[in-house]
Design a protein around this ligand. Sequence first.
Ligand code: F6R
Length: 611
Amino acid sequence: MCGIFGYIGKREALPFILEGLKKLEYRGYDSAGVSTIQHGKIFLNKSCGKIARLEEVLEARPIGGSIGIGHTRWATHGKPSDENSHPHSDCSDQITVVHNGIIENYLELRRQLAEEGHKFTSATDTEVIAHLIEKYFKETGSLETAVRKTLNAIDGSYALGVISEHEPDKLIAARKGSPLLIGIEEDETFIASDISALIKYTSRVIYLNDYELAVITENDIVIKDRDGKTLKKNISFISWDPESAEKCGYTHFMLKEIHEQPNAIRKTIEGRISAESANIHFDELNLTEKEIKNINRVVFTACGTSWHAALVGEYLIEQMVKLPAEVEYAAEFRYRHPVIDDKTLVIAISQSGETADTLAAAWEAKSLGAKVISICNVVGSTLARDSHGVIYTQAGPEIGVASTKAFTTQLSVIYLLTLLLARTKGTLTGAEIKNYIHDLIELPGKIEQVLAREHEIEKIAQKYYLSNNALFLGRGKGFPIALEGALKLKEISYIHAEGYPAAEMKHGPIALIDQNMPVVVLAMTGKRYEKILGNIEEVKARGGQVIAIANEGDNYIQEKADEVFYLPKSPIAVSPILAVIPLQLLAYYIAVKRGCHIDQPRNLAKSVTVE
Ligand code: F6R
């Protein structure tokens, strides 16, 4: 949510900043801006709209300099407009600031500053930061001290980049509650909201922690804590391949990421399993056998698509580990006085590892004595660092705002973690675990078979893309997949879509069904197959259009449904991972045909770092 990129070095800053912002555009894309210092003077250009619009503005009014900051915005305070775009300046236009997060006490600060004579030009919370730095610089004559005093005065969350004519050789960065990384190369340093913007330039990064402030000059990086004490920080190495953040010939990141799923799952499971010994190992899980035996309940917490992955986990844990399992929306969990203790295993799932509500839920669970394990895609993310243990999905950077490969790799990790718990608790035999591992190993090949038939989905999309509504139905582990299919469709095509447990349809949603309502039914063979057929009959009897996702060899379903997409046969426990692929493709092709912005759907941001 909002992307920050900054550069300091020997070369022109602007091309780096623009390139970095493009990589971060998925975090927010309603406006963008840059500020640089050249020959000791601040320059600033910003505009409402995407980065392409900012580039046009910069072409007309170029700015130079080898130090600068940039921002791509997802509006919280103040509508998207030129004035509300970042960077924001002080009264004298000598200090510029980019900010990701929310300043909770900004109204009170703004009133005080206005009384002291400061003139505000935007409706944002961020602008108070520029004016506070101005005020404290006047008092102290030091940019670093002024920024530190400002941080002490504000409540809320921030990742910040600050430059100023007063000390034109410095870039100051700080964080509390919103991610910020420092990328290091010979003779140049970068700041960025996430790794994907840095991997083109460097593989060496420093993760800033909350309340840390970095003073960066061309030759030095000094990181200090909130009291101004210098800290020794470790440099981490990023293993992501720079190509992974490029489209590589695909029209959209989302399509590329859908196609990356077989290999992402292979990478996620490789090195962690042994089908021969039924052994499963996660390097950073940090749970002893004794601790696992002590667990008497599992609580998953997450948001959005990651929450859907958690729902599948609930079914798996109950079925295979025989433990009570629950799934909580992170935003509800954090405020609900949850009843958990040291026997509860809390599993927090987040692609980004920076989702504000999921972080708060994990902290709450920790404070109540639970063991917190996170499932994250981003190495070194806040959630990964703040959990007792972490399992990384190996999906590589996910740039498309609609989550695809993160979801299927999360499901793969949950599946393996479930087997590990079952093995330790003795609820599955070694032979059963071997079979389950084998099923997962086979899965990427089956996903490849589905992807090879994406033209079939495209044809279905052609028939239904003008619909205004859609219903997704599933039973058992198919229910969370119905929810995920509906979420994918609504977020990128703007078609109103709902996911329901198929049996619930009769309790209300059935009233919506008519000839204009496509109903996607997850109708894979299994224990509840007959019941699903019954639900299809109910839809057809009311004139609805049925798109069935079924198992190959099921000729019967053709007579019932208007469209059928066949999945290669697969065991029921891994079938959710396979069944979501055609739903991702359906959402994708419908959105393409409707002319939507696939990778950057309206109003959304990839990483929701505010409440
Ligand atoms: C939907 C989507 C969102 C995220 C949600 C949580 O396609 O991407 O619903 O799943 O914002 O994000 P993470 O997993 O980063 O915590």
